[in-house]
Design a protein around this ligand. Sequence first.
Ligand code: G3P
Ligand code: MG
Length: 248
Amino acid sequence: MTLSIPRLIGHRGAARHAPENTLSGMRTGALQGALWVEVDVKITRDGVPILMHDDKVDRTTNGHGLVADMDFTQVRALDAGSWFGPDFRGERVPTLAEAIEAARFLDINLNLEIKPCPGREEQTAGIALSMALNLWPADRPPPLVSSFSTEALAMARTVAPHWPRGYLMEEEPADWAAIADRLDAATINIDARRQSAGSIAAFRATGRPVLAYTVNDAQQARQLFQWGVAGVFTDTPEGLFKGLTGKG
Ligand code: G3P
Ligand code: MG
């Protein structure tokens, strides 16, 4: 399967312009021209896949506590928009099912980053991807499934073997290439701040496209593209587009 990777991928939707990991965020990313948006997926205590980055709800909602200790109805009662700005008051934490439907409606693709609460790596990937497989429209290209958790990626391979996997890394382990092979990773997803021409060349030498997070500065993006990075995750798709092209 050939993977068509856009240059600019909305990070957590379009995190500079709308509350991250919400339907408004996805919509903002799409309106800003992002052909893909990246979202973070975890499960509630009762096993409902939702979009959220942190283990706790505190930073991105008006609630407190660990997602792993909360049932979906509790998470759903929270306001996930007011922390960002009054325009987003009443925004809810979306389910993965709602995010898939929204992506179809917006005509964009998704990068589903599996972001498990500690100890729930396999369970999160298993539940979220079984559901996503059932809901994914047959006429659309599959999402990219990524994770920092190799356990989650191994489970992704079992549950959705034909969906491409992105091996996300913060600090690369010495045996990263062997791990990427073992997971049959389609892409290498790396921290933009840690890279050089040499590191990108090494990743690309494995035959995999390289995606870099999180890039909001045009000069940095230009450098990464020059080194051969295929696409960057950005909080501001429109801002980066303007910076790169001088248009808008
Ligand atoms: O998937 C790219 C990027 O989102 C990884 O870092 O912490 O923003 O999920 P983080
Ligand atoms: Mg992420």
